[in-house]
Design a protein around this ligand. Structure first.
Ligand code: NAP
Length: 250
């Protein structure tokens, strides 16, 4: 079966890594960003053999519906969704403004929910088996200081994934998430802006070094593929041992 892969947040670090890997599989790919220039910068001008560009803000119901509609009209109903929209906020709850909180919820949870809804509607209308993979964070599974807003949003995302897996299992649809630790992408640039910061971060991970977008992309594409046909409702942690291995003494 020829796959149609919809990638949201496609111009970001993880999105680009997914598109690069998926291009090698022969899948037809639609890439979504809020900004047309981000897509051109990441993937070049749209042409016959490059991903289909879709400009939409999937953190709104209307934007998510539009993104999926354009994909259906140009490539067909998406059989796979890699939802890579999100951001990071490091701040304790007492110092998080309402605007910051709303932005985190919009980027991480609203976008996931609205994209999920549009994706499953299209898959059910087309009567095709489909799978989706979302992106959480290790801060949703354990208590990491100063992550309250992101943890709330991503914890909601993980719960949403489990419920969707239950709702649509009988329709042959699968829903999973990955939970990365710190990943070397633009979203994490300010935490990795010097050699000292990089070394300090790497020391927190039992396996050392900083995670890469390509490592997460590989796991996401596996979860989306038929090879993972018995896997649904799961959050797969990919964190160099951060959450499973303690105590860590260096
Ligand atoms: N990097 C890390 O250390 C890390 C760790 C754990 C989890 N994550 C998660 O991994 C995923 C991928 O992030 P990344 O590291 O690749 O970051 P990134 O390079 O910043 O890419 C994220 C993309 O999300 C889109 N986006 C951001 N805020 C949005 C909003 N309010 N509404 C709609 N779109 C928005 C942006 O796309 P456009 O501006 O092009 O629309 C951006 O390019 C995210 O869910 C993030 O939370 C990252």
């Amino acid at each position: 079966m020829s796959h149609v892969l919809l990638v949201t947040g496609a111009a970001g670090g993880l999105g680009r890594a997914i598109v690069a890997r998926a291009a090698m599989t022969g899948a037809q790919i639609a890439v979504v960003s809020r900004d047309a220039q981000h897509l051109v910068d990441a993937f070049g001008e749209a042409h016959t053999n490059s991903p289909t560009h879709i400009v939409a803000d999937v953190s709104t119901h209307e934007g998510a519906q539009y993104a999926v509609k354009v994909c259906v009209e140009t490539l067909g109903a998406p059989t796979m969704l890699a939802h890579c929209v999100g951001n990071i906020l490091l701040a304790p709850a007492g110092r998080t403004t309402e605007a910051q909180y709303r932005d985190v919820m919009r980027a991480n949870l609203d976008s996931a929910f609205f994209t999920l809804g549009a994706f499953v509607s299209a898959a059910r209308t087309a009567a095709i088996p489909a799978s989706a993979c979302f992106v959480s964070t290790i801060a949703a599974g354990i208590g990491i200081a100063n992550h309250e807003a992101v943890a709330a949003a991503k914890g909601g995302l993980e719960a949403m994934v489990r419920s969707a897996a239950a709702t649509y299992a009988a329709s042959g649809m699968r829903f999973n998430a990955v939970a990365p630790g710190l990943m070397d992408t633009p979203a994490a640039a300010k935490f990795l802006s010097s050699t000292a910061l990089r070394e300090a971060s790497a020391k927190q991970y039992p396996l050392g070094s900083i995670g890469t977008a390509d490592e997460i992309a590989e796991v996401m594409l596996w979860l989306l593929s038929d090879a993972a046909r018995r896997v649904t409702g799961q959050t797969w942690t990919v964190d160099g041992g951060f959450t499973a291995v303690r105590p860590l003494v260096r």
